[in-house]
Design a binder for this molecule. Structure first.
Ligand SMILES: *[C@@H]1O[C@H](CO)[C@@H](O)[C@H](O)[C@H]1NC(C)=O
Ligand SMILES: *[C@@H]1O[C@H](CO)[C@@H](O)[C@H](O)[C@H]1NC(C)=O
Length: 191
């Protein structure tokens, strides 16, 4: 008897929960959006390649130290240091080759073992149809590895909904000045 009663009651409970006011159609908190009015075509995979110039020395550095470890306690891996960057991205390894955009953000020395950076940067492109569009990279960069992989976690403009990864490999690194040129290969899914 109790079981039969419950069987009758259950569909009623479900029906009521579906018409509860918090999930009503007049809510402005969340709405589903049709894809076509946003002019999203089919998703594609693109590969970009360019060179990232991190210039610490000279009169016009593109990377500046903004945080030192407390008490100037420098360890072999520089743990605790943070640099802010506005690094040129160029078509070729030469600094005077075509400028494609900039890498803006920061990196911190986040490893007490082997040297490893936490990178948080936006690639903002300044060329052709990608002018003004950005990609956001957040990841771990063990700088002395041959190839370092970091996630692309999003983007703007033509890179809305972007996801993917970058592979960074050092082209040149000047141990004396700290200046570096790094090849970036970016694989990104976007519309
Ligand atoms: C850290 O080093 C700078 C210059 O190198 C110095 O001015 C400062 O007093 C030092 N700070 C401490 C806490 O030792
Ligand atoms: C990129 O966009 C900026 C701002 O809209 C504009 O000033 C600049 O001329 C554009 N550059 C190229 C190469 O299209």
């Amino acid at each position: 008897m109790a079981k039969a009663f419950f069987c009758l009651l259950l569909p009623l409970l479900i029906a009521f929960s579906q018409t509860s006011p918090t999930t009503g159609a007049d809510s402005t908190f969340v709405q589903s959006v049709k894809r076509n009015p946003m002019k999203l075509r089919s998703e594609k995979l693109s590969h970009f390649r360019f060179y990232w110039h991190d210039i610490i020395s000279g009169p016009n550095p593109t990377a500046v130290n903004i945080v030192q470890p407390p008490g100037n306690k420098t360890t072999p891996t520089g743990f605790g240091m943070i640099n802010m960057i506005d690094d040129p991205l160029t078509e070729k390894p030469e600094a005077d080759s075509k400028l494609l955009g900039r890498a803006q953000g920061l990196y911190g020395l986040a490893s007490q073992g082997e040297p490893g950076l936490l990178m948080a940067m936006n690639f903002v492109f300044s060329t052709g149809k990608y002018n003004g569009s950005t990609l956001t990279i957040l990841g771990r960069n063990p700088v002395f590895h041959k190839v370092r992989e970091m996630p692309v976690i999003g983007g703007s403009g033509l890179f809305r909904f972007a996801r993917g990864y970058v592979q960074a490999s050092t082209h040149t690194f000047d141990l004396k000045t700290g200046d570096a040129v790094v090849e970036y290969n970016v694989y990104v899914m976007h519309y």
